[in-house]
Design a protein around this ligand. Structure first.
Ligand SMILES: *[C@@H]1O[C@H](CO)[C@@H](O)[C@H](O)[C@H]1NC(C)=O
Ligand SMILES: *[C@@H]1O[C@H](CO)[C@@H](O)[C@H](O)[C@H]1NC(C)=O
Ligand SMILES: *[C@@H]1O[C@H](CO)[C@@H](O)[C@H](O)[C@H]1NC(C)=O
Ligand SMILES: *[C@@H]1O[C@H](CO)[C@@H](O)[C@H](O)[C@H]1NC(C)=O
Ligand SMILES: *[C@@H]1O[C@H](CO)[C@@H](O)[C@H](O)[C@H]1NC(C)=O
Length: 500
């Protein structure tokens, strides 16, 4: 476990409680003509591309062999510079022992000569010459699907296109490889058919799964492209949050965890050819016909969530419904925007609710330390998925909280988050009424996430002493005392005009 530490000391010395950085994303410097050393060979590579959501999800299993004379531990994975920033939740594991967690990953600066940027995977143990390891690489690529036609009628089906290379981009020679595409349905009107890359039909089609390859590519130079474009039906919204701000406010006094989320959302679906027709919409809704517009946003909440609200730019949205869970079952917030959100339309709103803090906070026995365990991301849960260009999470801790550290919880599978070194973390203080030091606030910034991170958890530990607890009442008491003493003093001054 790696903790990112920074200490906000100065319990009584406010000037020391200033912000200090936990960690921020850094890029490895590389020369302008950088090429990864050719120390590995991919003996077999299988890429699974999932197109069932509004973003692309890839998992690659690759058998890697060390062809160098020395042990090697840095494996490079290239992306074109313009794609690199849209790669989300990137992680790599040893496929044979996934429960040992992800490998550490760094990112390089863009390499200007090749227009490439690399993820550098640091294997947990150097791979000996001639030895092999199977890497499981997974990530999402945001904003890579384009609606075609770009403009449709209100009740028409929607089609998306996706372009990629049949030869998987790699820094190393690849002996055999194939790509399996999973479409949302069998309605795939257009797809590239290759010729001369392999014997037999390419792609091979089976229901909603199309397979390009296997190809024998031992003699193909790494980086060679074989462009493929597919067009398939996706009559669903393509929801993109350009920004999500998520605040979690911890109150020891109130025993409360208050959550507020502010969304700036856009539907990246086909735009409407004509003006929106309410009559047609009502009819289609009545028939529950599929649509590329956002009709409703399903937002599950944890059991025990109370006082939910849903406010958009105009005000309180009363068309939403809240079904509180009972006891152990999840609660559900059904958000109905004022109007359906069609392709190209924006919508911004905020939602919030409260929870009993004891569900999330634990005091470490015999100390002044606390452990807060909260969802990293919550957000809507919908079949078509949701992509976040940028997420800013603020954990607002009680006044005086110090020695703040955080980590994300890792399981045997991907939690949808990038490595810790791609999350910017910083501490600051947030002042509200009657605060003397301001509340210690941990801010985490992540780019390119998807709803896959919905199950990720965040652990925040901090110290908070009795003095910290009493600071606010003492401040208030001190304030009252001052007023009282002043009043008493003024009152006791003899202001009567005495006769001399
Ligand atoms: C924190 O990081 C920012 C840039 O991300 C930098 O400007 C600032 O000086 C850093 N602060 C400290 C205390 O290191
Ligand atoms: C989707 O919408 C965003 C705005 O949030 C825009 O920047 C982006 O280019 C759009 N993506 C596509 C594929 O149309
Ligand atoms: C907002 O709407 C909800 C649902 O109709 C209602 O229960 C609540 O009282 C409203 N809140 C305000 C502040 O108007
Ligand atoms: C929608 O939001 C994006 C930023 O997310 C902005 O660039 C665009 O101008 C907005 N479009 C409209 C129609 O307001
Ligand atoms: C993190 O901080 C660095 C340096 O300040 C900045 O370049 C980068 O865009 C930030 N990343 C995120 C996810 O906010």
């Amino acid at each position: 476990m790696r903790f990112f530490t920074a200490t906000v000391l100065g319990l009584l010395v406010p000037s020391l409680a200033a912000a200090s950085n936990l960690s921020s994303a850094t890029q490895l410097a590389v020369p302008a003509d950088f090429k990864p050393p050719q120390v590995f060979k991919n003996t077999n590579l299988v890429r699974n591309t999932n197109l069932e959501k509004g973003y692309v999800r890839e998992t690659i299993n690759v058998v890697v062999e060390n062809i160098d004379k020395q042990s090697q531990s840095d494996y490079y994975i290239p992306f074109p510079v313009d794609v690199f920033d849209r790669v989300g939740g990137f992680e790599v594991r040893d496929k044979k022992s996934t429960d040992e967690g992800r490998f550490e990953v760094d990112i390089t600066e863009p390499v200007s000569s090749s227009g490439t940027q690399y993820f550098v995977v640091h294997l947990a143990e150097p791979l000996a010459p001639k030895a092999q390891i199977t890497l499981g690489i997974s990530y999402s690529v945001l904003k890579s699907l384009t609606p075609r036609p770009a403009v449709i009628q209100q009740n028409e089906k929607q089609y998306l296109t996706y372009s990629f290379s049949a030869y998987v981009p790699s820094a190393y020679q690849t002996v055999t490889q194939k790509t399996k595409l999973k479409f949302p349905s069998t309605d795939v009107p257009d797809f590239t058919e290759t010729s001369g890359l392999k014997t037999g039909a390419d792609p091979e089609r089976k229901g909603a799964t199309y397979t390009y390859g296997p190809y024998e590519t031992a003699k193909v130079a790494p980086g060679t492209e074989q462009p493929i474009t597919v067009r398939y039906q996706f009559t669903n919204p393509v929801i993109t949050a350009s920004l999500l701000e998520r605040d979690l406010e911890v109150s020891h006094w109130g025993g409360n965890l208050a959550t507020e989320e502010r969304y700036w959302v856009r539907n990246n679906a086909s735009e409407l050819a004509n003006q929106f027709s309410r009559v047609e919409w009502t009819f289609a809704s009545y028939q529950k016909a599929p649509t590329s517009a956002v009709r409703e946003i399903a937002y599950p909440l944890l059991p025990g969530s109370v006082d939910p609200y849903f406010i958009d730019d105009i005000g309180n949205v009363s068309t939403s419904r809240y079904r509180p869970g009972n006891g152990k079952t999840a609660a559900n917030l059904e958000l109905k925007p004022r109007y359906p959100i069609f392709g190209g339309w924006n919508y911004s709103f905020k939602v919030g609710w409260n929870n009993d803090l004891s569900q999330f906070l634990r005091k470490v026995a015999g100390g002044d330390s606390y452990i807060l365990r909260v969802p990293f991301l919550q957000g809507p849960k919908m079949n078509e998925g949701l992509q976040y260009e940028r997420v800013v999470i603020r954990v607002i801790l009680p006044e005086g909280a110090h020695n703040v550290r955080y980590e994300t919880v890792e399981g045997a599978n991907s939690n949808g988050l990038p490595g810790a070194n791609q999350i910017n973390a910083s501490l600051s203080s947030f002042k509200t009424y009657m605060d003397t030091l301001g509340r210690t606030t941990l801010t985490l910034e992540v780019d390119s996430l998807t709803d896959e991170a919905r199950n990720a958890e965040l652990l925040v530990t901090y110290d908070h002493t009795l003095m910290d607890t009493l600071r606010k009442p003492l401040t208030i008491f001190g304030g009252l005392l001052t007023v009282f003493v002043a009043t008493w003093f003024i009152g006791s001054i003899d202001t009567t005009i005495k006769k001399r």
